[in-house]
Unconditional design. Sequence first.
Length: 253
Amino acid sequence: MDMAFDGKVALVTGGASGIGLGTARAFAQAGAAVAIIDLDAEAARDAAADLGIGDRAIGIACDVSKEAEVEAMIAKVVDTFGRLDFAFNNAGIHVPVADTADASTDDFDRLMSVNLRGTWLCMKHELRQMREQDGPAAIVNCSSQNGLTGNPGLGAYVTSKHAVIGMTRAAALEYARKNIRINAVCPGAFDTPMVATAMRDHPKEMQATVDGIPLGRLGRVEEIASAVLWLCSPGAGMMIGGIITPDGGYTAI
Ligand SMILES: NC(=O)c1ccc[n+]([C@@H]2O[C@H](COP(=O)([O-])OP(=O)(O)OC[C@H]3O[C@@H](n4cnc5c(N)ncnc54)[C@H](O)[C@@H]3O)[C@@H](O)[C@H]2O)c1
């Protein structure tokens, strides 16, 4: 299986933390140049430096919900590395848990602006670059086990992650014969700062979530990164509009 990405260029949104950071590390270890994209400029720069690959890594500040920033971010990646082969659209947020009748509309809009609009904007501008290049390219969008199942109190999040699968499938079909493959990963519960915050704020509910994982434990970020890299590799050549569910069996129930 060919997982060597020497000479390739990858970007990871939300790359300064958790699943994004783990995936950026994996791309770097596989030989790719890596752009770490994050809302938090300093964290993006520090994370890029920590990859230990010198000027093959760059940290770029960008709010993925803002189109002008996304466009400028892609331009910066291409200015720096000359092309864009792989993108992992991973930036996402949670909002406070609330049943639908009690949920804040502002929270709903804020979550959609990042998880839904942000993922779509990144795909749009990545595709504008990728369609101009020679050679295969791949995009992986980050959905969730909640993109396939309901979850009480997480209506906005569940909606956004179902929508990520929909936009992945639609775009994948558009570019199926244009040498650009688009797929999604649906992580289960992974040990990241996002989940640590949820553990702190909702310990009982989160413990129930962990107890409900057939495997009986949280995932490790490397266990998502390997799926993302495989989806970008030539070995995944038949994967178009697909989803991979590293979720410890959660969606098998
Ligand atoms: N951790 C899990 O268990 C889990 C499970 C399923 C899906 N996911 C999804 O995986 C992705 C990453 O989750 P994580 O747990 O690593 O989260 P995290 O909170 O550790 O990291 C998310 C990163 O995204 C960045 N970010 C937030 N808003 C942004 C914006 N508008 N523009 C650019 N960057 C922004 C943050 O600064 C942060 O660095 C999310 O899409 C999340 O929904 C996570």
